[in-house]
Design a protein around this ligand. Structure first.
Ligand SMILES: Cc1ncc(COP(=O)(O)O)c(C=O)c1O
Length: 360
């Protein structure tokens, strides 16, 4: 059994993906061009954001956003420590300071009630992560940001397709970002990402930065980078986006099946309007369970075993064990089960039976 069955996914769309890929190869246009434009317009339609800038990865989406906001040395950005390192890399690479705030236990997202205490005169932005496909609680976060003059950037790398109070992830605050890494809710077959905004000035800036800060060829308005999405990946995404809502419905149905069968097992609740990037249970003796499931042919994953404030790369920030108790507790307990729209019925049953037998 695969943790995420990308082979089955490709097989389901093979005819369309092969045709789109071959047509792009034949077009001779591999950078920017029609497929990229089509995708950006479809992403706007899907998320409701006025503008979308496709880019080379979720990591670069965050980096381009911070470059556009001119985050610089000593600037502080508030973020949760229970996320993938990419959420804070861009802050640190700019010489800024990630300021951690603990998560809420119910959804593993940043706790809005703790944010205000972390705001200082140096705070410039807040990056809530919509982890596991559950949107962070954007109403109170946007309210604090408006009152304190801060910008909010959603790290929606795991939440494309999720809905928060009627609005889609990516369109919940000043800037949204996502990742098209293959295992993400909407994945391409390589690296990719996107940035969303409804602010025209920010859009123009981010679109320029993504392409070397150019306004036209060899006219560099500002410092940028090569953060473009390949036309081939855009062509694949244009096919996959058409099937995305069906995949989301299948994910939600499989999650409901797991919920019903594993009602006695402690779980990290998922929002039925979320993107359900992972199906995650919580268990005290997590590593033993992961080994036992593997012995029964059930692969698992841990997102994430060590919070960022305890990682060696970020030791210079001066945090220590015990600083963010909820993040540390979840890091010891979470275990994600095999999950994707293409998880076969027998695989679901095999997973359920193994978890039930081992979690008695
Ligand atoms: C929460 C989060 N942020 C950022 C990223 C970075 O995305 P990418 O792998 O596309 O650079 C990821 C994906 O791995 C992620 O899960």
């Amino acid at each position: 059994m695969e943790f995420i069955n990308l082979k089955a996914q490709y097989a389901a769309y093979k005819t369309e993906i092969d045709a789109a890929t071959l047509a792009t190869l034949a077009s001779g246009r591999f950078i920017m061009g029609k497929e990229v434009e089509t995708l950006e317009s479809a992403l706007c339609d899907y998320t409701g954001a006025k503008y979308a800038v496709s880019c080379s990865s979720g990591t670069d989406a965050l980096f381009i956003a911070l470059l556009a906001l001119r985050i610089k040395e000593q600037d502080e950005v508030i973020v949760s420590p229970f996320t993938f390192a990419a959420t804070i890399e861009a802050i640190a690479l700019r010489g800024g300071k990630p300021v951690f705030v603990d998560i809420q236990e119910r959804d593993a997202n940043i706790d809005p009630d703790l944010i205000e205490k972390a705001v200082t005169p140096r705070t410039k932005a807040i990056i809530p992560v919509s982890l596991y496909g559950n949107c962070a609680d954007f109403d109170p976060i946007n309210e604090i940001a408006n009152r304190r003059g801060l910008i909010v950037i959603e790290d929606g790398c795991q939440s494309f397709g999720a809905i928060y109070k009627g609005k889609k992830s990516g369109n919940l605050c000043a800037i949204g970002t996502t990742s098209f890494f293959p295992s993400k809710p909407l994945g391409c077959y390589g690296d990719g990402g996107a940035i969303f905004t409804s602010d025209e000035t920010l859009y123009n800036k981010m679109a320029r930065i993504r392409n070397h800060g150019q306004t036209e060829r060899y006219e560099h308005e500002e410092i940028g980078l090569n953060g473009r999405l390949d036309a081939l990946q855009a062509a694949i995404l244009n096919v996959k986006l058409k099937h995305f809502d069906d995949e989301l419905a299948a994910r939600r149905a499989i999650a409901a099946r797991y919920d019903e069968a594993l009602a006695d097992v402690k779980r990290l609740p998922h929002d039925q309007n979320g993107a359900i990037a992972q199906y995650t249970i919580r268990i005290q003796d997590r590593d033993r369970l992961a080994r036992a499931l593997s012995d029964r042919g059930v692969p698992t994953a841990i997102h994430y075993p060590k919070p960022l404030h305890l990682q060696r790369a970020y030791a210079y920030l001066g945090y220590k064990s015990g600083d963010f108790p909820i993040a540390e507790k979840l890091a010891n307990e979470v275990l994600s089960l095999p999950f994707s729209a293409f998880l076969a019925q027998e695989e679901q049953e095999q997973t359920i039976a193994a978890v039930k037998a081992l979690c008695r």
